[in-house]
Write a protein that binds this ligand. Structure first.
Ligand code: DPM
Length: 323
């Protein structure tokens, strides 16, 4: 075809973090969009975020307002990128003015995974001995596991998946807790010793799904993103995000959820726990999926009546940046 007869190719610019997991996710989105819209050219631009650069400080201590998303958002606001792919759980529940959550993709297994040192091969979490050291930087995982297993010890761990697994294999920890979805996307599903059931660990809000962010007024991009939207995942995640937003919890808080949709019924379970694992408040609501956000708000209010806000305020005071 001669260039004079074909329409100029339109280019859509996708922003992504540089981490291995982010790139796998972004390239998957790029491929899906390309399949749906072969006439458009989808281009990926990568960059580091604050969260990628600060590796030596516990995540909870450096605050969480868009730690892994801000640089990508600035690019979209400056019209240097058109969309950004995030692990939905890393995307704050309140977005900067001008940006929206344009699409939620089909969720993979949202559970947390137990990854063991070889010497514990074949065990489940119940069988780990007194004093076994669990590596995690998640206050949510820490609080729930302390509640169920007060005999275990916990140690912070940072770095990408490979770094963490190397630290585990070197004997610095007896086990790690990581997301099933992240391990599977990186082809490391065989390292999972146990997917923790929701009775032991409620997952993070949005865990296992990707969220694609774009400019709110960009109808062209919003239309493209509709092709990747997964309706029931979106309804579940909207309920979860409304719950977290209502409790004013950031990404790094001991708040966990589980959702199920069966027929025309969405059930949302949520919990807030203290960091010492001594208090854990948990409740459940259900209703129609079209009412997802309202359900999230309702559950937050239920937990607040049972003392959830006091627990969150204590933690906020402990981790306020600069303290
Ligand atoms: C958030 C948390 C963690 C990530 C906190 C939490 C885990 C931090 C840690 C909000 N983001 O879950 O309570 O354990 O040190 C992250 C992972 C994925 C996205 C890795 C993981 C992959 C799974 C997904 C880090 N962000 O959770 O093990 O895309 O849902």
């Amino acid at each position: 075809m001669s260039p004079s007869t074909s329409a100029p190719t339109r280019t859509v610019r996708i922003a992504s973090r540089k981490s291995q997991l982010a790139l796998v996710q972004t390239h998957w989105v790029q491929e899906q969009l390309q399949k749906h819209f072969p006439e458009i050219n989808f281009e990926v631009h990568t960059m580091s975020t604050q969260g990628d650069k600060i590796l030596d400080v516990a995540l909870a201590k450096i605050g969480d307002k868009g730690l892994f998303t801000k640089e990508l958002e600035v690019r979209m606001l400056h019209d240097e990128s058109d969309l950004a792919v995030h692990s939905l759980k890393d995307l704050p529940t309140k977005l900067p003015e001008g940006l929206v959550l344009g699409c939620v993709t089909e969720r993979e297994n949202p559970a947390d995974a137990l990854v063991l040192h070889e010497k514990h091969k074949g065990k489940q979490i119940d069988a780990l001995p007194e004093g076994a050291v669990i590596g995690t930087s998640s206050l949510r995982r820490l609080a729930q596991l302390r509640y169920h297993y007060p005999h275990l010890e916990f140690k912070d761990v940072r770095g990408n998946l490979n770094t963490r697994l190397a630290k585990l294999d070197d004997g610095n920890y007896d086990a790690l807790i990581l997301a099933v979805a992240g391990l599977e996307r990186l082809g490391m599903g065989d390292r999972i010793s146990q997917a923790l059931p929701p009775e032991i660990s409620l997952h993070a809000v949005g865990q296992g799904a990707l969220g694609i962010e774009c400019r709110g007024g960009d109808e062209d991009i919003l239309k493209l993103l509709k092709a990747l939207e997964h309706e029931t995942t979106a309804q579940r995640c909207y309920a979860e995000r409304a719950f977290l937003r209502e409790l004013e919890g950031g990404c790094q808080v001991p708040i966990g959820v589980n959702t199920e949709i069966e027929g025309d019924r969405l059930t949302l379970t949520g919990m807030v726990a203290s960091l010492d694992g001594k208090r854990l408040i948990k409740d459940i609501v259900s209703g129609t999926p079209t009412n997802a956000e309202q359900l999230g708000i309702e559950l937050a209010q239920k937990l607040r009546k049972q003392g959830a806000q006091e627990i969150l305020d204590e933690i906020l005071a402990e981790f306020r940046p600069g303290s």
